[in-house]
Design a protein around this ligand. Structure first.
Ligand code: FEO
Ligand code: CA
Ligand code: CA
Ligand code: CA
Length: 625
């Protein structure tokens, strides 16, 4: 059924009560403790013995550091006792045939094909025979840096366009420690670039469907490439999941009078591209007037085997098509694989996939993501929720259509429109899952692109939400396949210095010492610490005064405490996080430093800023997460 477009108002007190004050921590579907002032601002000493046992039982944060102040410097800042260095930056060659980055030209199509891509995002570590292999997404390109040698600061010819395409996708890079620092192993047999033209196999319910067939691939089973790869996931069987997010912005139409279908409109496919990459001008695959089904072949989660450079990446259509942020994989008690998935757009939805098959520790799990069921989340104002199944019966669409036009399927059930679901992270210590709802200027202002209302409610409690919030849910019966859950807000992000005692000042665990906005990346470390990365406003003024540059913080899921650990350089976003096998090095992504031209990070040779992977270590040689 279609939701009403009338925005519902939830009283301030009720929202605060539901979302913030009543700290209901649910387990096994029952409230185990519910003191009104529990945890956000209290330490373990304030807990009753029963609460303390629950606290210890679920592994509190173990990492200790002194919180750092915010800043607007053009560097990476970490706490006392920690150090950092740059592991690799956009344009660094992965093969000895490639040239070192040329700051004057920023390279060309050939040099970029042999080098690390731009705008690194989600990443993960894989190992074999003691080797360290990093798989990293290269989400998009910064035209200002990529084409700084062109008057237009845009791609001006075919070589420029191919250079941009080669800077997108996934880079797989072997790293080794030299002089105590991780660095690229040039010419490693594992080094690989998966880009916009790499052959992919289409798997799952949409494989060979009419909507997947193109002139180039009349079978609808083999597509080319992946792009706008945002967050990631890792499977228990050792593969990498890369998530296609704003895939729409690369298509354009040579026919400016082409009628845009409701499906194109819902996914933001227009006559013009979003960032003037000019792909459609030189490659007719990206011209929707000539190839109207090509956009149906992107917007998926792609499974890659980083340890088998010859393996063809697989588009997993069973996980749905939308602006995928990341893919958080858990093994449910039942043995089914559950993948939690956010669709990062204002007023879109939060999903989960449940595999048909079950995980087997010693069996072949390689195609578990080929078949399963999709669900979309409904958050009730009373802190309960349900996963609504997207089936032919509930949507009136075929299974293939549900997987291709997932957003339209989700609009047919009574799900909750969200404030831009970004990364999802599952607590390794208990069945509890977190999602960063980054911000939503349209909340209670206008509906999503499908016309679904975006009223204020307990999980999205602020009109024109500027700051974002982090929601967490606990599946009923501690079982990730259960359709029922309970939820609460881990943090309602705000500015307690600019706003006093209202929803914009944020929850109690947001203070003048740890202020930030727009939580985006979320990852748990092996000790159960929740790392929060931001992609927000860095003006440090007005509503954002005191927040400084984008940053990374560590949250304690048990106490609610949040401490600032890292501040990034100017005009960057912090995104992507993984650890070396010995947990002594934490790899962090610095994306688009100087996106408006005001940075020279990492600043070692010239003044073009370059997205980079940096390594963080403890000076005492200890582990870090
Ligand atoms: Fe690529 Fe939603 O961040
Ligand atoms: Ca993101
Ligand atoms: Ca973001
Ligand atoms: Ca980004």
């Amino acid at each position: 059924m279609k939701k009403t477009t009338k925005n519902k108002t939830v009283e301030f007190d009720q929202v605060m009560d539901n979302a913030i004050s009543r700290r209901r921590f649910l387990r096994d579907g029952a409230i185990i403790f519910g003191a009104s002032n529990f945890v956000m601002s209290t330490g373990i000493a304030a807990l009753t013995s029963k609460q303390a046992i629950a606290h210890l039982d679920s592994q509190p944060l173990l990492l200790e550091f002194t919180e750092i102040a915010t800043n607007t410097l053009d560097t990476v800042t970490v706490p006392k006792g920690f150090g950092w260095y740059t592991v690799m930056s956009w344009g660094d060659p992965l093969w000895s045939e490639g040239k070192n980055f040329d700051y004057h030209t920023a390279g060309d199509a050939k040099s970029q094909a042999l080098s690390f891509g731009d705008n690194n995002d989600g990443m993960d570590i894989f190992t074999r025979d003691g080797r360290t292999i990093l798989a990293v997404n290269n989400e998009y390109v910064n035209n200002l840096s990529m084409y700084h040698n062109r008057d237009s600061k845009l791609a001006e010819n075919l070589d420029d366009v191919v250079k941009g395409k080669q800077a997108h996708g996934v880079s797989i890079v072997e790293l080794e420690k030299k002089n105590n620092q991780y660095t690229i192993v040039k010419d490693s047999l594992y080094n690989r670039k998966i880009t916009v033209d790499t052959p992919m196999e289409i798997t799952g319910p949409a494989r060979a469907h009419q909507l997947m067939k193109t002139k180039q691939d009349p079978t609808g089973t083999q597509s080319l490439g992946t792009w706008n790869n945002c967050g990631n996931g890792k499977t228990p069987w050792g593969t990498y999941l890369t998530c296609e997010e704003n895939f729409n912005g690369y298509f354009s139409s040579s026919d400016k009078n082409l009628t845009l279908s409701k499906e194109f409109k819902r996914y933001g496919i227009k006559h013009e591209e979003s960032k003037q990459y000019s792909w459609g001008k030189y490659d007719e695959r990206f011209d929707i007037a000539l190839n109207p089904t090509e956009p149906n072949r992107v917007g998926y989660v792609v499974e890659i085997d980083p340890l088998n450079p010859k393996a063809t990446p697989k588009k997993r259509t069973a996980l749905g098509r939308f602006k995928h942020e990341n893919a958080e994989v858990v093994i449910a008690k039942s043995g089914h694989i559950v993948v939690y998935l956010g669709d990062d757009e204002r007023g879109e939805y939060l999903y989960k996939f449940v595999s048909t098959g079950k995980y087997s520790k010693y069996g072949d799990n390689s195609d578990l993501l080929e078949d399963g069921n999709l669900f979309v989340a409904k958050f009730n104002d009373n802190n309960t929720g349900e996963w609504l199944a997207l089936t032919p019966k509930s949507t009136g669409m075929s299974k293939a259509e549900i997987c291709i036009h997932t957003r339209l399927a989700a609009s047919k059930v009574d799900a909750t429109t969200m404030d831009r679901p970004e990364w999802v992270a599952a607590n390794p210590n208990k069945p509890e899952v977190y999602c960063a709802l980054t911000n939503n200027k349209n909340r209670a202002i206008k509906p999503n692109k499908g016309g679904d209302a975006t009223p204020i409610n307990a999980v999205n409690p602020r009109m024109a939400n500027k700051y974002g919030q982090i929601v967490r849910w606990m599946p009923k019966n501690r079982e990730h396949t259960d359709i029922h859950f309970s939820w609460n807000l881990f943090a309602l992000v705000g500015n307690p210095e600019v706003h006093k005692n209202n929803l914009k000042s944020g929850s109690k665990n947001i203070t003048k010492h740890n202020m930030f906005n727009s939580p985006d990346g979320l990852s748990f470390d092996s000790k159960g610490g929740l790392w929060i990365q931001t992609d927000g406003k860095y003006s440090n003024k007005g509503d954002f005064a005191g927040m400084g540059n984008n940053q990374m913080l560590l949250g304690d899921p048990n106490t609610g405490e949040i401490k600032r650990f890292l501040v990034g350089p100017k005009e960057c976003e912090i995104t992507g996080l993984t650890w070396s096998v010995d947990k002594k090095t934490m790899f962090v992504g610095i994306q688009h430093p100087g996106e408006k031209g005001n940075s020279s990070f990492p600043g070692n040779h010239g003044h073009i800023p370059r997205s980079s992977v940096v390594a963080i270590y403890r000076k005492d040689g200890g582990t870090i997460g």
